[in-house]
Design a protein around this ligand. Structure first.
Ligand SMILES: Cc1cc2nc3c(=O)[nH]c(=O)nc-3n(C[C@H](O)[C@H](O)[C@H](O)COP(=O)(O)O)c2cc1C
Length: 250
């Protein structure tokens, strides 16, 4: 049963999402702020629909959603709060949904676009909420083995490559089991994002880390490691993108 549901979900998404190559230049003058909203494989991925829905009230915002293979498993329509990833396309402002497969929909030929570069060019900001322990580790050491980490690895850390004003920000909201969060390797990796590459690290960085909060986790453990409340994440996105918060809620 689970297998057939998953298969149906994957094929539905395949047939309805990103059938034409995405070219950033075609969208650069749309008068909107561009948010690349990503999720990696934490249970907190189930908050992704809430975040997208809350941001749908801004008429001058375009959202493209990007999920890792693990994140997608939390959104296959298993409950009301875990709809099919595909259904998020009906949320106003959601203009695209991308998975690893979309990088390779057709054989690349010279002159063709490269999705992770196009998404990087398009985005005014990348938000990874949630950021899994695995993806945290990968971005810190520079691995680029899926669509999300390829975007991160190709980010313009100089602020000189993309034709925009200044350096574009990556906001991450780590979410993991308390033991994972308290592991010494996590501390080292967060230090890199905050102090070496952070916007507040005094190094002209590009990362903003939204530290987790304490609560009872999905696994039953009580402690820190839970993703920051999604409403606070929405507030921060609105502030960083200068979105008016007086727009009527939909
Ligand atoms: C039910 C379930 C829940 C999980 N929750 C988390 C989590 O909250 N945080 C985390 O870092 N990993 C969590 N994991 C493990 C990740 O999904 C796993 O490390 C995966 O490789 C992450 O891949 P990604 O970083 O490419 O998304 C969970 C795994 C399962 C099966």
């Amino acid at each position: 049963m689970a297998t057939s549901n998953s298969t149906a979900s994957a094929s539905q998404i395949q047939s309805s999402i990103s059938s034409t190559p995405f070219v950033a230049a075609e969208h650069m003058n749309d008068g909107k702020r561009h948010l690349l909203l990503a999720a990696s494989g934490s249970v907190a991925t189930i908050k992704l629909p809430n975040i997208a829905q809350a941001l749908s009230r801004h008429p001058n915002l375009s959202i493209r959603i990007l999920v890792t293979q693990s994140a997608e498993k939390f959104l296959i329509g298993q409950s009301a709060e875990q709809p099919h990833l595909e259904s998020l396309q009906s949320i106003p402002n959601v203009d695209g949904i991308y998975r690893d497969e979309d990088e390779w929909t057709s054989p690349w030929t010279r002159g063709g676009g490269i999705l992770h570069i196009e998404l990087r060019r398009w985005a005014d900001m990348l938000v990874i909420a949630p950021l899994s322990a695995n993806t945290l580790a990968k971005v810190v050491v520079g691995l680029a083995d899926n669509l999300l980490t390829s975007v991160v690895r190709a980010w313009d850390t100089t602020g000189l490559i993309d034709p925009v004003c200044g350096k574009k920000r990556i906001i991450v909201a780590p979410a993991m089991n308390t033991a994972m969060w308290r592991h010494p390797i996590t501390k080292q990796q967060i230090r890199v994002l905050e102090e070496d590459w952070g916007v507040d690290g005094g190094q002209d960085g590009w990362y903003e880390v939204l530290r987790p909060m304490e609560k009872e986790l999905a696994c039953g453990d009580i402690g820190d490691g839970a993703m920051k409340d999604w409403r606070e994440i929405v507030d921060i996105i609105e502030q960083r993108l200068n979105l008016s918060t007086s727009a009527p809620a939909s």
